[in-house]
Design a protein around this ligand. Structure first.
Ligand SMILES: *Cc1c(COP(=O)(O)O)cnc(C)c1O
Length: 391
């Protein structure tokens, strides 16, 4: 296994054959200076990297403790960290001679990032999305179609992300000669969790050099939200060797982790196999995968990347949760005091900073990974606050 007892390739038949082909291809390019130079050129010229490390002076003043910096992944093209990974995997697909990208999407953010890179590279694109999500996120469906993607509506089971992944994998297995499966988080069978981490670790390496430049030191705490775990592992990887840097992952506490309405996989999960990997997973007494809930569609996943399961077990990273209400309050506070509307996912990480900063000394530094922008969430937050919007 790649991460202690976690990870692996729990797939069979034609899917395993496709996965092995991706593994071999990734082994070849991962240390190839030409591939890495091309990837970093696209990060610069398409994603708009490096993203800012922003000193949140007003938020710091309001909280009255540690200094808070925000890593502004919300300023990337398409509005979140997902474009980093989509560019990396699409470049690999091109190297492998593939002409089509297949992906799953929950709320549509990863679908939009994948459709964007497919348009950029002139590749065909097929996005699998559950019917429930299609109905909730019709704007993202149309966005993907504008970008040239075909959206496949998945009608199985709960009709959400889990079924969309299963559907995308099946579709890929029958066309893996020409198609590449572009996974959206640090999850799934090896090599995806490793590969996605490698494409996202630019976040943490930029944080380190940017903070070195303005503060001449390492942060005391780095905080990120955890759905599948890609933005978090991207922010953490650079700092894992430095034991004096505290790393905190924040899961979706939904209506409270004592209820059944949450997605706190690490806090409440058990070891299980889901989507081709051995990891922590929310399961029922009979071993079935639990339905999960969060106000935030991007954190609403019953599993988690296997490296996070390992980092939790070895205690290098601390995992906590924030409820819907705490995240919404963080969302509102950042908008009001800094003029930044964060994604509701990222607001979970902010909520933890809001709890910690006031009880820390003023010479301490917290970096919050602001994984995405919140335009997509405004309508939902209004509904949550019982504010009527007229279309
Ligand atoms: C998708 C998404 C997430 C959750 O995914 P991870 O793989 O856990 O990073 C978090 N924030 C934003 C803005 C997202 O779009």
């Amino acid at each position: 296994m790649e991460f202690g007892e976690f990870g692996g390739q729990f797939v069979s038949g034609t899917i395993l054959k496709g996965i092995k082909e991706v593994e071999t291809a990734y082994e070849k390019v991962k240390g190839d200076p030409e591939f890495l130079a091309e990837f970093h050129r696209y990060l610069r010229e398409v994603a708009n990297r490096p993203s800012l490390l922003y000193e949140a002076k007003h938020l710091t003043a309001v909280l009255g403790g540690a200094k808070i910096y925000l890593k502004r992944e919300d300023l990337n093209h398409t509005g979140a960290h997902k474009i980093n990974n989509a560019l990396g995997q699409a470049l690999l697909a091109k190297r492998m001679g593939k002409t089509k990208l297949i992906a799953e999407t929950g709320a549509g953010q990863h679908g939009v990032a994948t459709a964007t890179v497919a348009a950029l590279f002139g590749m065909d694109c097929e996005i699998h999305m559950g019917l429930e999500d299609v109905l909730k996120q019709s704007l993202n469906v149309y966005r993907m179609e504008l970008l040239g993607a075909k959206v496949v509506v998945v009608q199985d089971g709960q009709k959400t992300l889990k079924e969309a992944v299963d559907s995308a994998l099946i579709s890929w297995s029958i066309q893996s000669d020409t198609a590449f499966y572009l996974l959206g988080s640090a999850v799934g069978p090896h090599p995806y969790p490793t590969m996605v981490r490698d494409f996202q670790k630019v976040i943490g390496s930029e944080i380190r050099s940017q903070l070195q430049h303005c503060e001449n030191r390492l942060p005391d705490i780095v905080i990120a939200c955890v759905g599948g775990g890609s933005n978090a592992i991207g922010a953490f990887t650079e700092f894992i060797p430095f034991s004096n840097v505290e790393l905190i992952g924040v899961e979706a506490g939904g209506k409270g982790i004592e209820t059944q309405y949450h997605a706190a996989t690490i806090t409440k999960g058990k070891v299980a196999v889901i989507h081709g990997m051995k990891t922590l997973c929310l399961t029922e007494a009979d071993g079935e995968i639990s339905p999960v809930y969060s106000l935030s569609a991007g954190l609403d996943y019953p599993g988690v990347g296997p490296e996070h399961a390992y980092l939790a077990q070895t205690k290098r990273v601390t995992y906590v949760s924030a409820t819907d209400e705490e995240a919404v309050q963080a969302f509102e506070l950042l908008a009001k005091v800094e003029g930044i509307i964060p994604a509701i996912e990222s607001s979970h990480a902010l909520a933890e900073a809001i709890k910690r900063a006031p009880i820390m000394k003023k010479d301490k530094i917290i970096v919050v990974n602001l994984s995405g922008r919140g335009d997509k969430d405004v309508k939902q937050i209004a509904r949550y606050r019982h504010i009527e919007l007229v279309d």
